[in-house]
Design a protein around this ligand. Structure first.
Ligand SMILES: N[C@@H](CCC(=O)N[C@@H](CS)C(=O)NCC(=O)O)C(=O)O
Length: 203
């Protein structure tokens, strides 16, 4: 398998899960400004949508979209319990992935687009805070160790990656104690440390 990624982008979540599942995989970095890969390939030829992540499963077989890639990788070895194989447990993982992808990801993404004036920034911070407040409350109201159950899974990896972006946009995460609690556990995982090191995010 090969993951097309950009350092610290949402593709880091797939990178983390690839490290969890013990498969051989390659990485190919994509420059999101030029849409060229580190090998000089026009990235639109790999993923016509132009964004990361893209997962090459076999030569010519490409999977895109976080909500498809993350469950696909997580189900690789059912013994690892990264995602329930079926039923409500799996539906709950997809519920979180959908929410993170369509709501929180988009709320952060506006900071990486066209420059915003102060008024627009204020609204964008307020939207992130609204979503994080919901997530923090949902975690606090459950007995689970992680977002869905007591096992780390793809939704936790995705939440970790998205909330890392608070560092880049001068957004304060400290009010969100339950999110921070999950983030701290996720950050300690070897899969996360290795992925962040391999993407050049930590020494
Ligand atoms: N719907 C896509 C969105 C992916 C996405 O927004 N990727 C960003 C990085 S986090 C990107 O590559 N942006 C550059 C671009 O759109 O050209 C998914 O969930 O996989």
């Amino acid at each position: 398998m090969k993951l097309y990624y950009a350092p610290g982008a949402c593709s880091l979540a797939a990178h983390i899960i690839l490290n969890e599942i013990n498969v051989d995989f390659d990485l190919e970095r994509v420059d999101l400004k030029t849409h060229k890969t580190e090998k000089g390939t026009d990235y639109y030829e790999i993923n016509p949508k132009g964004y990361v992540p893209a997962l090459e499963i076999n030569p010519g077989l490409i999977l895109t979209e976080n909500v498809a890639i993350l469950p696909f990788l997580a189900q690789h070895d059912p013994k690892q319990d990264l995602i329930p194989p079926s039923g409500m447990g799996r539906a709950k993982v997809l519920e979180w992935l959908g929410y993170l992808n369509s709501e929180l990801h988009d709320a952060y993404a506006v900071f990486f687009g066209a420059p915003m004036d102060e008024e627009a920034k204020k609204k964008a911070y307020a939207e992130i805070d609204r979503l994080l407040s919901y997530i923090d409350k949902a975690i606090g109201g459950s007995d689970n160790d992680y977002l869905v159950d007591d096992n780390f899974g793809p939704a936790d990896a995705y939440l970790f990656v998205l909330t890392n972006w608070s560092n880049h946009i001068e957004h304060d995460l400290t009010p969100y104690k339950n999110i921070i609690h999950i983030r701290n556990k996720v950050a300690e995982r070897q899969s996360v440390q290795i992925a962040m090191r391999d993407e050049g995010l930590i020494p």
